[in-house]
Structures are given as structure tokens and as C-alpha cells.
Design a protein around this ligand. Structure first.
Ligand SMILES: Cc1ncc(C[n+]2csc(CCOP(=O)(O)OP(=O)(O)O)c2C)c(N)n1
Length: 641
């Protein structure tokens, strides 16, 4: 309450209301070592109700995380502090994931609990055996993603996941009864969870509930009846305490009621020492764990450390080179979703940390490799997750898997449903998590499912997201190159937009360079000085090649640039970009909206693509219907000459 007051902004209510629960959890149960914040076998603690960030910062400070100084608490919400408005992964050790958008932390925690089980199945309980604890609020439980996440957790029987629900019956608008009449206990039991309600201010009851949850064969929801802003004389129990400083009088009254005589930011030495001891409690367990890791067979130990260090196996690049060679030799017409499936068949053999999945579109997304077994309740030896029709839950869980460490999650759906996953994709980009999205059916080319399923604005919307790499490969070789780039990028998410329809192989040359690595490149140079330059991505690159041929017959010299990844091209050296783009007039072709293309087109450019939504018809009928053909592209070029 003092830090919020000093910042003149923030949320005092939740930290005060949940202080008892957090105290019992941290002092008696949570397995962590504040001096080794990234100990891989620590329990994970997720503050899903991220607006209560000061609760987490206070706990990190009290338990002795070196970077969470008292000055950081005094600089709450100020520029450059570690104590951002909502907890941000990477700002301070001990912050496992970025939270604030309600529901996301809960979704992440399901991924963390999955990752723990997968790694335990692989490396054994001696090395991987920890729990995931979450504090979630009414808002977390109201959000749709919480339904998807909790349903998935119940299905998989993630019994080491324990969620404290801050059941304070207050949100921003007032009492939750204004908008919320669910029975969360019944709801979670329906998902296959254990659920109970306790008095969230009764330390013995909290500890007993945690003990029961630890023994449960299913995930646990502990609804903690609390009073928001516990101790505040007039604002406790009211929405007024949710998101604004309490004010001097209220704070003085709370000090009196709680029997706290110290001035702001002063922690008496004996109390500090007790909390520091809590922070050091796990040191011994951590050292025992390190000894167990040392005594593992050398190969297993090396593999564990490789994973932990985010290093990819050296055989990855050999596998990619072989795939490219095989694609060239076969010279088959393949949809890029098919090539991607073939690539996965080979990569999952050499990159064992890959954990695949799809939101119930496995046969369409081609995300399941031949040797991948399903992950099932009670058997976590598989590496393929049936996420069900839960795109948002899948994306939130993948963030948790990536944040946990030791595994690389990828998951599929149709590109048009990236919207359903977008809030979590944004957080992956924001946190710099190396999640990979396999988004197939990437244009009107998908055909008969019609305009509800045909993305048109999605590429533009995804490219607008800072920190996300959007790939749209043009053929099988580019698909392999883009997969390699996505895998090597361990500090940002990547999205592969792949076709349903078959495409010819365009990359016939045998050079081993990954040409997609610079984001765009000259696929087919003009025969002589360029008169026009075509820019295209994915399935439209072969259309641009057709236009180049048509112009050639008329003696017009055109080059085709394939642009599989704008973000990489943007970061390429200017000389390279200038060389690729050239000075001739440009025509861009992409079966999507124009938004964003003008930056590449220059003042004299033309665009061939979509102006609105698609239509229900076979894909081959739609390209001519919407004027996305070699003839139309050639015509646009002629008009610029
Ligand atoms: C997705 C999302 N929508 C809206 C908000 C804004 N917001 C922050 S807290 C909150 C609800 C507060 O109620 P509750 O979750 O019960 O927290 P408490 O008041 O108990 O602290 C809302 C709507 C948000 N952070 N995330």
C-alpha cells in the first residue's frame, strides 16, 4: 500500500487481500532458492492476477532476490524500474511470465505444468519434479481463455498444478454479482479438477488445503475467500481498493488495524531475517538436486544442460540441408503445409525438444510427425499435444511451455484463427519466447471452406506485431529454410503461414545457402536491366514467375523477389535491400489486403491482392475471380512502364 501510494498509481487491494495466502505458500511450501532464481527444478509461481504485481515484488524483495531492492519497490511503476505496472518476465529474476492481461497467466501455468510432466517423463523424477502454483482473480476466471486452459489441464490430469483463486467477490465495476454468477467450484470440478473453498485469511486452513492439493490426483482450485484491501478501515471489501492508492488517512487506519508501526519501506531486522531465511530454505534442496544432476549418466546430463542452455543439436542443420536436397530431387508439386509435415517427420528425430500440437486440425495442419506419440493423461512420454478446439488456450499454454524451458513448442491452426490466439501470440512476442505457430490454409487458395476461413487481413495484422517473425514460404525449399530460421530463433516467436494448395518447386539451384535468412531475395533476375520488379510471398511467388514469363514473351524484363519474411528483410543491410528492390517500378502480389505493402512498393508501385473478403468456391476459381493471376500481374506491370 505504501509503494502504490508513492507511485500515485497501482493496485493495493489484491496484494493486501492475498498476503496471507502468499505468506503461507512462500514460507511453508514453495520450493525455490532466491540465490539461484533459475534453478530448473524450482516450483513455478505465476501471478495471473498481474495487477497485484506489488504482491510479487514484495515477496521477491523479502525473500532476498538480489535485483529486487527496496529502491525498486520505491520506484514502482517508474521508467526503467524492475517494478513495472504489471510483472514483466525478464525485468527481475523470479518473474516467471508476463501477466496483466487477465487469464493469460492461468493459461501459461497449464503449459508450465505440461512441460514439467514431459521433462519428468524424459529425464526422470530425480531431475524434474516440481509444482506450478498460481494466484488467479475473478477476472482471470471470467476470461474465456481460463475455460480453455482449465479444461485442458483437467483433461490431462495435471495434478501438480495448484491454483489459488482470490475469491474476494470484487472487481472494478463493483461486487462481482453485477456480472458473474458462476459457481467456479462446480465449474472446475466439471473440468476434472479438485476444488474447495477456504477462508483465505486462516493460515492453518490455507496450509491444510495446500497439503490436500499436493496429494490430489487432479489439478486443484483453492477458492480463497478474502477481503480485498484487508485491514483498510473503510475501503476493505470494496472496489475502491482495487486499482487506486488508498490515501493517507486510509493507510494510517490500516497501519493501526494491522498493528504495523514502521514507516513506509522500513522492514525491521528480525522480520527481514525471517523472510531471508525463507528465501534460503530451498538452497539445500537445490544443492542436492545439483548433486543428483552431476551423478546422472554423462549423456543424459549433457542433454539436460543443452536443453537448459537453449542450444540446438548440431544435426539440425544437416537435416535441413538433406531435406532441401530431397525436395529438389523430387521436384514435386507440394502444398507448403505438406512440405512442413515432411520437414517435421525428419526434424522431430533430431530435435527431441520439439513438442507439437494442433487445435484439432492435425490432419489439415500436418503438425504430427510420424514418430510422435500423443501426450496423454498419465503418460507424458509422447511429444504431441491434442490441444482440442482451444486456439487461445493452446497459444497460452505454448507460452508456458517455452517459459518453463527445456522444450520448443509448436502448434497449428488455420491462419484465419490466429485471431483466436492473438492475445497470447502478442505476449510471446513481448516476452521473446521462441514459440512456433504453424498456420495453414493461408489465403483464398484454401477454397471451398469459403470467406469465413480465408484470411485476408491476418498477415498484415501479424506483421504489425513487434517482435513476431511472420514467414510465408513459396515452396518446399523455402519452407525448410523458414523452419530452420524459426528453430534457430530462440528469443522470439515465429509464425509459418502455409498453403493448403499445391505449389511448384521454385528453388532448383543446388547452393546450400539459406536464402530466406535475409527475408527477401532475388529469385529470378531480369534478363538484362530490370524494367519492373515483382515482389511476392508464398503461393503468389509462382504467379509472379508466370507474369515474368508473360512479359518476357513481349520483350519486357522483369525480376521476381520472394519475400518470405518482412521482419528479416527490414533488418538486412540497406545496401542489400536496395540491391534486391532495385530502382525499377514494383508490383507486389499477395492474396491478402494491401496494408503494409506500400513501404516496399515506393511511389510508383502497384498491388495485386484482395480488397475485401473471399468467397466460397474452389481455390482455382477464386484466384481468377479476384484477379490474382499472372496475366493481371503482367498487365499491372505494363501499366507502369
Ligand atoms: C484481458 C483484460 N481485460 C481487462 C483488464 C483490466 N482489469 C484489470 S483487473 C480487472 C478486474 C479486477 O477484478 P478482479 O480480477 O476480481 O481483481 P481484484 O479486484 O480482486 O483485484 C480488470 C477488468 C485486464 N487487466 N485484462
Amino acid at each position: 500500500m505504501d509503494a502504490v501510494e508513492q507511485a500515485k498509481s497501482g493496485h493495493p487491494g489484491m496484494p493486501m487481500g492475498m498476503a496471507d495466502v502468499a505468506t503461507v505458500l512462500f514460507t511453508q511450501f514453495l520450493r525455490f532458492d532466491s540465490q539461484a532464481a533459475d534453478w530448473p527444478d524450482r516450483d513455478r509461481f505465476v501471478l495471473s492476477a498481474g495487477h497485484g504485481s506489488m504482491l510479487l515484488y514484495a515477496l521477491l524483495h523479502l525473500t532476498g532476490y538480489a535485483d529486487m531492492t527496496i529502491d525498486e519497490l520505491k520506484r514502482f511503476r517508474q521508467l526503467g524500474s524492475r517494478t513495472a505496472g504489471h510483472p514483466e518476465r525478464g525485468h527481475a529474476s523470479g518473474i516467471e511470465t508476463t501477466t496483466g492481461p487477465l487469464g493469460q497467466g492461468l493459461g501459461n501455468s497449464v503449459g508450465m505444468a505440461i512441460a514439467e510432466r514431459l521433462l519428468a517423463a524424459e529425464f526422470g523424477d530425480e531431475i524434474v519434479d516440481h509444482r506450478t502454483y498460481v494466484i488467479a482473480s475473478d477476472g482471470d476466471l471470467m476470461e474465456g481463455v481460463s475455460h480453455e486452459a482449465a479444461s485442458l489441464a483437467g483433461h490431462l490430469g495435471l495434478n501438480k498444478l495448484i491454483v489459488f483463486y482470490d475469491d474476494n467477490a470484487v472487481s472494478i465495476d463493483g461486487p462481482t454479482e453485477l456480472a458473474f454468477s458462476d459457481d467456479p467450484l462446480l465449474r472446475f470440478r466439471g473440468y476434472g479438477w479438485a476444488a474447495e473453498r477456504i477462508d483465505g485469511h486462516d493460515h492453518a486452513a490455507i496450509a491444510d488445503a495446500i497439503r490436500r492439493a499436493q496429494k490430489s490426483d487432479r489439478p486443484s482450485l483453492i477458492a480463497c475467500r478474502t477481503v480485498i484491501a484487508f485491514g483498510a478501515p473503510t475501503k476493505a471489501g470494496t472496489a475502491a481498493a482495487h486499482g487506486a492508492p488508498l490515501g493517507a488517512a486510509e493507510i494510517a487506519g490500516a497501519r493501526e488495524r494491522l498493528g504495523w508501526v514502521e514507516p513506509s519501506f522500513v522492514i525491521p531486522a528480525d522480520i527481514r531475517a525471517e523472510w531471508r531465511a525463507v528465501g534460503a530454505r530451498g538452497a539445500r534442496e537445490r544443492r542436492d538436486w545439483e548433486a543428483r544432476l552431476r551423478s546422472q549418466p554423462p549423456e543424459r546430463r549433457a542433454e539436460f544442460l543443452r536443453r537448459r542452455g537453449n542450444e540446438l543439436p548440431p544435426s539440425l542443420d544437416t537435416a535441413i540441408a538433406k531435406l532441401c536436397a530431397d525436395f529438389r530431387q523430387a521436384n514435386a508439386k507440394l502444398a507448403t503445409r505438406q512440405s512442413s509435415g515432411m520437414i517435421l517427420d525428419s526434424l522431430t528425430k533430431v530435435v527431441p525438444e520439439l513438442v507439437g500440437g494442433s487445435a484439432d486440425l492435425t490432419p489439415s495442419n500436418n503438425t504430427k510427425a510420424k514418430d510422435q506419440k500423443d501426450v496423454r493423461r498419465g503418460d507424458f512420454s509422447g511429444r504431441y499435444i491434442r490441444y482440442g478446439v482451444r486456439e487461445h488456450g493452446m497459444a497460452a499454454a505454448m507460452n508456458g511451455i517455452a517459459a518453463h524451458g527445456g522444450l520448443i513448442p509448436y502448434g497449428g491452426t488455420f491462419l484465419t484463427f490466429s485471431d483466436y490466439a492473438r492475445p497470447s501470440i502478442r505476449l510471446a512476442a513481448f516476452m521473446g519466447l521462441g514459440v512456433i505457430y504453424v498456420m495453414t490454409h493461408d489465403s483464398i487458395g484454401l477454397g471451398e471452406d469459403g470467406p469465413t476461413h480465408q484470411p485476408v487481413e491476418h498477415l498484415a495484422a501479424l506483421r504489425a506485431m513487434p517482435g513476431l517473425y511472420v514467414y510465408r514460404p513459396a515452396d518446399a525449399v523455402e519452407t525448410a529454410e523458414c523452419w530452420a530460421l524459426a528453430l534457430h530463433r530462440r528469443d522470439a516467436p515465429s509464425l509459418l503461414a502455409l498453403t493448403r494448395q499445391s505449389l511448384p518447386l521454385l528453388r532448383q539451384e543446388t547452393a546450400s545457402e539459406n536464402r530466406s535468412a535475409r527475408g527477401a531475395y532475388v529469385l529470378a533476375e531480369a534478363d538484362g536491366a530490370r524494367q519492373v520488379t515483382f515482389l511476392a510471398t508464398g503461393s503468389e511467388v509462382s504467379i509472379a514467375i508466370g507474369a515474368r514469363e508473360a512479359l518476357r514473351r513481349d520483350g519486357i524484363r522483369a525480376a521476381v523477389i520472394s519475400m518470405p519474411c518482412w521482419e528479416l528483410f527490414e533488418s538486412a543491410p540497406k545496401d542489400y535491400r536496395d540491391m534486391v528492390l532495385g530502382s525499377a517500378p514494383r508490383v507486389a502480389v499477395e492474396a491478402a489486403v494491401r496494408l503494409g505493402w506500400d513501404r516496399w512498393l515506393g511511389p510508383r508501385g502497384a498491388f495485386i491482392g484482395m480488397e475485401g473478403y473471399g468467397a466460397s468456391a474452389p481455390g482455382e476459381a477464386l484466384f481468377p475471380h479476384f484477379g490474382i493471376t499472372p496475366e493481371k500481374v503482367a498487365e499491372a506491370a505494363r501499366s507502369l512502364l
